[in-house]
Design a protein around this ligand. Structure first.
Ligand SMILES: [Zn+2]
Length: 69
């Protein structure tokens, strides 16, 4: 995957639970952060409240796991 070529896949834990691919059971992932912007928030100068989703892409099959927090 070209998007992730600069990174190496790593293992992650979320709240003490190891992240395992739902599809192929692989345990290493590429991550990236996705900013979920909303025009209303920008209008009211509340960009800091914008939700950021962390996206884990399985290094084996590419299945995407999204976490919103
Ligand atoms: Zn997978």
């Amino acid at each position: 995957m070209g998007l992730f070529s600069a990174e190496k896949p790593k293992q992650y834990e979320i709240d003490g639970i190891k992240l395992v691919c739902m599809f192929c059971k692989n345990e290493s992932f590429y991550t990236r952060k996705e900013q979920l912007q909303s025009p209303a928030r920008t209008m009211f100068n509340l960009e800091w409240t914008d939700a950021t989703a962390t996206c884990f892409a399985c290094s084996s099959c590419g299945y995407l796991h999204w976490f919103m927090r």
